[in-house]
Design a protein around this ligand. Structure first.
Ligand code: ATP
Ligand code: MG
Length: 312
């Protein structure tokens, strides 16, 4: 199987018919490969990603937003860490969204994520996002109450209205040059328990365990319903959801990398083309610089165009 197309299996192209139960969190697409092979495949995608990101940055037209949502311990952090490990940190921005601050609560629900949207030429990662507003907020009416909305605006259609707002927001950004990809890392309840136990048993991981995570775990079925509805309501061709099996971390990373590589490939990125006049200027500059060099360095460095473009 070509890694570039691996993620297509998990892209939600028919949202009306989407069922979360159709995706097995333990699935690995029948890939019978060992950890070393998986690592090699991932490395290859990471290299491609780095090349694309370099062109994205140089071209400065498109922005890319990758949203990660999941239950606790599904591996968001490690997916981001591994998949983005090869890209130039200057071209990448990662934001983790936690419980909103009082300042954030004084604004509309998308304010804090709107200001964090990636600029042209950048890849932005949202570790959690405005989607929490139709997930954790839906599970906890007291969180909604803290948002200080005028009471008459909080009716029975509030979630429908939020889906509508999110769809409009994403369409707007897509039309303005942001490529949006959304990943739901789908971990099973059993695997979550195993990972929580690891966080409890391994002193180096104790800090990752939060007693509050157990109360969210108790609401598992509610969350799965909310995720399913969210994905049905907001998966669109210009901002698709990928429901990624997350019980095997190596597989999660491959799928995420594959989705990013395929999406970036579709942008037809290239380094900015230089016109004849600029090329002539570059040659003039070259002649001047070479004239200043000591004799033994006069041949200059060849094949270094890529590095120059990166520094832009
Ligand atoms: P891990 O998967 O490793 O536990 P995490 O993303 O859960 O990482 P935490 O610091 O544990 O990070 O938790 C962030 C918390 O903030 C989550 O419980 C999330 O539900 C909550 N949160 C994020 N956005 C909102 C929001 N808009 N309203 C209320 N709570 C939110
Ligand atoms: Mg957490």
């Amino acid at each position: 199987m070509k890694i570039e197309t691996l993620a297509r299996r998990y892209r939600v192209d028919n949202p009306d018919r989407f069922r979360l139960s159709d995706i097995d969190p333990g699935d690995s697409a029948g890939l019978a490969i060992d950890k070393d092979e998986a690592r090699e495949m991932l490395k290859d995608s990471i290299r491609k990603l780095a090349d694309f990101q370099d062109m994205l940055y140089a071209q400065d037209r498109w922005a890319v937003l990758a949203i990660f949502q999941a239950m606790d311990a599904a591996g968001k952090d490690s997916a981001v860490e591994h998949v983005m490990s090869g890209v130039n940190p200057q071209g990448c921005q990662v934001y983790s969204f936690k419980t909103p601050t009082s300042q954030e609560l004084d604004h509309d629900f998308m304010w804090r994520t709107t200001v964090a949207m990636p600029e042209r030429g950048r890849i932005g990662i949202f570790n959690r996002s405005y989607y929490e507003e139709v997930l954790v907020v839906r599970a906890h009416p007291d969180i909604l109450a803290k948002q200080k909305l005028p009471p008459k605006l909080v009716g029975k259609d509030i979630w429908k209205e939020r889906f509508e707002d999110i769809r409009a927001f994403e369409k707007y950004h897509a039309r303005n040059g942001t490529l949006i990809l959304k990943f739901f890392l789908h971990v099973s309840k059993d695997e979550q328990a195993a990972r929580f136990l690891e966080r409890i048993d391994d002193p180096a991981k104790n800090w990752k365990f939060n007693l509050g995570d157990l109360s969210e775990r108790k609401r598992w079925d509610d969350y799965m319903r909310y995720y399913e509805e969210t994905i049905r309501e907001t998966s669109r061709p210009h901002a698709p959801w990928f429901v990624v099996p997350a019980d095997k971390k190596w597989f999660t990373r491959l799928v995420v990398a594959s989705a990013l590589v395929e999406a970036l490939e579709s942008l037809d990125l290239h380094y900015p083309r230089v016109d004849d006049a600029t090329r002539a200027e570059l040659q003039e500059a070259r002649v001047m610089l070479v004239a200043e060099l000591p004799e033994k360095k006069k041949n200059g460095k060849k094949g270094d165009n890529k590095d120059n473009a990166r520094r832009g």
